[in-house]
Design a protein around this ligand. Structure first.
Ligand code: ADP
Ligand code: MG
Length: 140
């Protein structure tokens, strides 16, 4: 089934200058970029994005990190895009991520782990709408 999912290249990925490599992995993996923008989230915007984690001990530190510099937000589209993106990303903790995944290659810690990807159709819908309106999403 053709799905759409939200991807973020987090501030550590942008600083490492691996935007091109990460997008290349998505494109080679069968995912199409149908919306894309660079954004430096405010603390409040990062808190809104990660509201589901507001009771976790790492919420404050995570939202500091996510608002620490520019990030790249994208909508990826493709067959089974949600799971495919998660597969290309690897496990949350880079130490546990499979070899060949983005987080295994570039992640620094369980928090500073280079990429975000929606985890289900419902979160994909709310997360893509958090950053993009309909006219910012393209067909090609
Ligand atoms: P994922 O990004 O793999 O879906 P989660 O939704 O569980 O992972 O967590 C969201 C983000 O919060 C992670 O990508 C990571 O940046 C951070 N995070 C998750 N668990 C921890 C933790 N135990 N300590 C610090 N940061 C964490
Ligand atoms: Mg998650």
């Amino acid at each position: 089934m053709i799905e759409r999912t939200l991807s973020i290249i987090k501030p550590d990925g942008v600083k490492k200058k691996i935007i091109g490599d990460i997008i290349g992995r998505f494109e080679k993996g069968g995912l199409k970029v149908v919306a894309m923008r660079m954004v430096h989230m405010s603390k409040r915007e990062a808190e809104g994005f990660y509201a589901v984690h507001k009771d976790k001990p790492f919420y404050s530190s995570l939202t500091d990190f996510m608002s620490s510099g520019p990030a790249v937000v994208m909508i990826l589209e493709g067959d089974g895009a949600i799971a495919k993106n998660r597969q290309l990303m690897g496990a949350t903790d880079p130490k546990k991520a499979d070899a060949g995944t983005i987080r295994a290659a570039y992640g620094t810690s369980i928090e500073v782990n280079t990429v975000h990807g929606s985890d289900a159709p419902e979160t994909a819908a709310t997360e893509t709408a958090y950053f993009f309106s309909d006219i910012e999403r393209f067909t090609y």
